[in-house]
Design a protein around this ligand. Structure first.
Ligand SMILES: [Zn+2]
Ligand SMILES: [Zn+2]
Length: 280
């Protein structure tokens, strides 16, 4: 059963549909909860984030929609907060803590903008040492553990976006493992759930990213918790492939996902009574 989707974008940042179009689609798909999570403003690049002076408009529009559709769906007002942002987060129901860039020697280096930029940055600022970039990425992401205003962690392994087939670094090498495990440990201790991001996990590899399988496995050993989200930038992607994500999570140590209500997280078992079982 799919209950909610909390990582979604609109025309306020880099999405293609308006908030109302997204919400209507979520209602049609039968969701009980829907969360809006525009990208927080970033001073060094606002081409894909909410505009500098648009946050109040965004908050007002989402709260108006929440009221307008309250008999059909519960709307939560959220934000995908980049760890290099400086937004006021006090008005949000929940905050996704994500890392899209890191700072190196005063330069903002994108992790996921394009493969070309990724490679150029590692060459120029790390002398081609991908493991040093990986380490800095996981170190920055792990600081989310100390942020009380962050509700859960977004696309934990974004650093592996262009690394399918271990194209640039070996994810079984301890220079990858050590910083990854350290970040998992620190974040899991803080009690924050990790997002299983459908777009990041299946967008490039239809079978799911090996990097995601890896952290799921480590997190499950630590009794960590996950929440499945689409990262939809258009109506068609809302809650798409959630069953596939559940299957993937269950193959890597998880039996349930969380969903977020106005009163906090609740658990949704993959094996609830309305699940269809296929016995082999
Ligand atoms: Zn993101
Ligand atoms: Zn996103």
């Amino acid at each position: 059963m799919i209950i909610g989707d909390y990582h979604t974008h609109t025309t306020y940042c880099d999405g293609v549909n308006t908030p109302e179009e997204m919400l209507k689609a979520a209602i049609e798909k039968g969701l009980k909860y829907y969360g809006f999570s525009s990208h927080s403003y970033l001073k060094y690049d606002d081409s894909w984030t909410i505009g500098k002076d648009k946050q109040e408009d965004y908050i007002k529009e989402i709260l108006d929609l929440k009221e307008k559709y309250k008999d059909k769906i519960t709307v939560l007002l959220g934000c995908e907060y980049d760890l290099l942002s400086e937004n006021d987060l006090s008005k949000f129901d929940y905050v996704i803590g994500s890392c899209h860039s890191i700072i190196k020697d005063g330069h903002y280096l994108s992790v996921d903008h394009s493969e070309k930029t990724f490679v150029e940055n590692v060459e120029k600022y790390y002398g081609g040492d991908y493991y040093a970039f990986v380490k800095d990425y996981y170190e920055l992401l792990s600081t989310a553990a100390d942020r009380k205003d962050i509700t859960f962690i977004g696309h934990f392994d974004l650093i592996s976006k262009y690394n399918l087939g271990y194209k640039y670094f070996d994810e079984d090498d301890e220079r990858y493992d050590r910083p990854m495990c350290h970040a998992i440990d620190r974040l899991a201790r803080s009690g924050k759930p990790f997002e299983l991001n459908v777009k990041a996990t299946f967008g490039i590899s239809k079978d799911g990213m090996p990097s995601t399988a890896k952290w799921l496995d480590v997190l499950s050993e630590l009794n960590g918790r996950i929440i499945i989200n689409s990262d939809a930038h258009s109506t068609v992607r809302i809650s798409a492939d959630f069953e596939k994500a559940q299957e993937f999570a269950s193959q890597n140590g998880f039996y349930s996902t969380l969903f977020l209500t106005e009163n906090g997280f609740e658990e949704n078992s993959f094996y609830s009574l309305d699940t269809e079982y296929h016995l082999l």
